[in-house]
Design a protein around this ligand. Structure first.
Ligand code: GLU
Length: 472
């Protein structure tokens, strides 16, 4: 990052300081919460073909106020210590906001995953896991990685297998990593969880009439226009679920190769097919190509969803942003100095540490599933079904009328794992927003949702320290 911008970690610290003054907490306690507790930087060799590649990698545990620590592992050429520290810190606040009882952590490998063969990526991932085991930086009660930019369930399966090889017989070993494939101790709904969480949050945020009136919008998600930057796991599902379950109109998309626009709404599935076939989102029938991929950020729309990487909205392009609401699906897409400009323009920024917390929330459910050694719904699904069936029969007998077979099935269905995961996620996202909104409404000197979210996190983390007896 050039010297005229703060670094990513400095940006997080700036936002922290802005919120800290509203908490009245002791200076030392705030300092303890703010710092990164442990930074592990490693370099290890991996034989690729005939050559050795020296891999630069990190794992940062930001806060140990609750254990295990939790956070994804990123594979990208932009990885550096400052970035991983910032992302780890965000995990701490994120977990607190959605009441996931973990400290924050993050890992990163400075590699371009697209330039390696699958077998080589496996070698690298397994070696990284070994380094973590060696330093006691992984374990179901210690530190639990998950997917992030450039990684997915495949990498998590390799991590689990490596861990179990070393920790043979450890009863809870499946909980050493989350985001695993469903048939390898994963949980249904984890893949789309962050995107689904973005949708639940948005639906809640836009439901308040008075808040929307300030933005010149009517309440309700249906019909709102959306622009998405990044069609990766987060952006794709945020858009897909918003369209399918919220009746949102997706009018712009930006990806690595460029950006497109269509005023009356893009067909996302057709666009994905087009991209698969041609290798690009550009030249999609009916849509207009934009000159540069960054131009999508400046489109007029109700909701802008940056779902790629950090530092996308800077003080340079902030004055040109025309969205009414920015939903930070990525971590850190709005730089701290850019946010000042956006807020002055009256734009509502829904902060990353709240709106993208769906991923870690469902990771928590997966971890619980691993510790309980049982899938959700196994105990009560049939019982519920039978109870509702009896109820239906009683209603039929009392009224002398028959309930249709289709209706009956719908009403009497016991919950599957996916139903419970989605319902837990929905409850989490709605409840957390209500907490943040309450702080925002009550404290008149708090001017933005990020500060309110930080205050919510700091209140919870500080009370953990109090109960630990460290800060009386
Ligand atoms: N990488 C995701 C995040 O930034 C998920 C972390 C997790 O599930 O532990 O929130």
């Amino acid at each position: 990052m050039s010297s005229k911008h703060p670094s990513f970690f400095q940006s997080v610290e700036r936002n922290f300081d802005k919120a800290a003054i509203h908490t009245g907490l002791p200076k030392g306690l705030l300092e303890q919460i703010k710092v990164c507790n442990a930074v592990y930087q490693m370099r290890f060799p991996v034989k690729i073909g005939k050559d050795y590649h020296v891999i630069e990698a990190y794992r940062v545990q930001h806060s140990h106020h609750r254990l295990p620590t939790k956070g994804g592992i990123r594979y990208s050429m932009a990885v550096n210590q400052d970035e991983v520290m910032a992302l780890a810190a965000l995990m701490t606040y994120k977990c607190a906001i959605v009441d996931v009882p973990f400290g924050g952590a993050k890992g990163g490998l400075k590699i371009d995953p697209r330039s390696y063969k699958e077998a080589d990526l496996q070698k690298i991932t397994r070696r990284y896991t070994t380094e973590l085991i060696r330093k006691n930086f992984i374990g179901p009660g210690i530190d639990v990685p998950a997917p992030d930019y450039g990684t997915g369930s495949r990498e998590m399966a390799w991590i689990l297998d490596t861990y179990q090889t070393f920790k043979n017989g450890e009863i809870d070993s499946a909980g050493c990593v989350t985001g695993k494939p469903v048939n390898q101790h994963g949980i249904n709904g984890r893949t789309e969880a962050t995107g689904r969480g973005v949708f639940y949050s948005l639906r809640e945020v836009v439901s308040y009439k008075e808040d929307m009136a300030k933005l010149g919008l009517t309440p309700g998600i249906a019909g709102k226009t959306m622009v998405v930057q990044g069609l990766g796991n987060v952006g794709y599902y945020a858009a897909k679920i918003s369209i399918e379950e919220g009746d949102v109109k997706l009018i712009g998309v930006s990806e690595y190769e460029g950006a497109i626009y269509k005023e009356d709404g893009l067909d996302l599935d057709a666009l994905m097919k087009h991209r698969k076939k041609t290798g690009s989102i550009l030249d999609f029938p009916g849509a207009k190509n934009l000159k540069k991929r960054e131009d999508a950020l400046e489109l007029e729309c109700d909701i802008l969803v940056p779902a790629a990487l950090e530092n996308q909205i800077t003080k340079e392009n902030a004055p040109r942003i025309k969205a009414k609401i920015i939903a930070e699906a990525a971590n850190g897409p709005v730089m701290a100095d850019a946010e000042d400009i956006l807020l002055k323009k009256g734009i509502m920024v829904i902060p990353d540490m709240y709106i993208n917390a769906g991923g870690v929330t469902v990771s928590y459910f997966e971890w619980l599933k691993n510790l309980s050694h049982m899938r959700f719904g196994r105990m009560q699904k049939r019982f519920d079904h039978n109870t509702y069936m009896n109820l239906m029969t009683t209603v039929e007998e009392m009224t002398g009328k028959k309930i249709g077979t289709k209706e009956k099935l719908l009403i009497t269905r016991g919950a599957e794992e996916i139903d419970l995961v989605n319902s837990g996620l929905e409850e989490t996202m709605v409840y957390a927003y209500q907490e943040i909104r309450q702080i925002f409404k009550k404290k008149k000197d708090i001017k933005d949702l990020r500060t309110a979210a930080f205050v919510s996190a700091l209140n919870k983390i500080s009370s953990d320290y109090m109960t630990l007896g460290i800060f009386p």
